[in-house]
Design a protein around this ligand. Sequence first.
Ligand SMILES: *Cc1c(COP(=O)(O)O)cnc(C)c1O
Length: 231
Amino acid sequence: MLEAKSGQTLAERWESVEERLARACQRAGRRRDEVLLLAVSKVFPATAIEEAYALGMREFGENYVQEFEGKAPLVKHLAGARFHLIGHLQSNKSKRAGELFDVVQTVDSAKLARRLAEAAVGEQLEVFLEVKLSEEEAKHGCAPEELPGLVEAVRGMPKLRLRGLMTMPPWSEDAEVARPYFRRLRELAEGLGLKELSMGMSNDLEVAVEEGSTMVRVGTALFGSRKLLQA
Ligand SMILES: *Cc1c(COP(=O)(O)O)cnc(C)c1O
């Protein structure tokens, strides 16, 4: 379990995360470069992104379109930095999201995909389909039964590039609770010919790597507790 490691620097926390990833990859017989580390900077100010960028991080995750709208002008100059929307997207914000983000990981309906495709200016927008695998009411994502239809719809949209699936298991202190959800996502992706799996967060990234994650989304273990900022 994590504790708030507020005494540590970002560089030190990054090193700890890298050590965890390296060990997990080794255990799973995978190469470290098969797993992308997405630095989840939600709630933290633009200066946190700049600091992470200066250390060498390039891929960042944000949850709220409105919040990132404020930060985007401050981080636009960071060449090669890429921004992923990992929070739920309301369709009335989809146009703005298509403009602001390089990757949208929370596509869960053909309607939303169509709106993003309409908003995508110039290059293709990269997308992941968010899948709801737990029974919790509050979770977003499409049902596994809806996936084949959604995949087909998105593959038919030239403005979108479908990279893979994303999921968020019910939160638990015990990382093992997430394992069956991660495994299920991998099986679904394999069945649909999708290569990428966005799964695993600060407390369960090892389990996610063991189950085939190609992208772990890590906030707290890198930037520290968000509670200090949200209080
Ligand atoms: C906040 C968030 C994360 C990061 O969570 P941590 O536990 O802080 O690592 C990852 N994915 C999504 C979808 C999130 O909302």
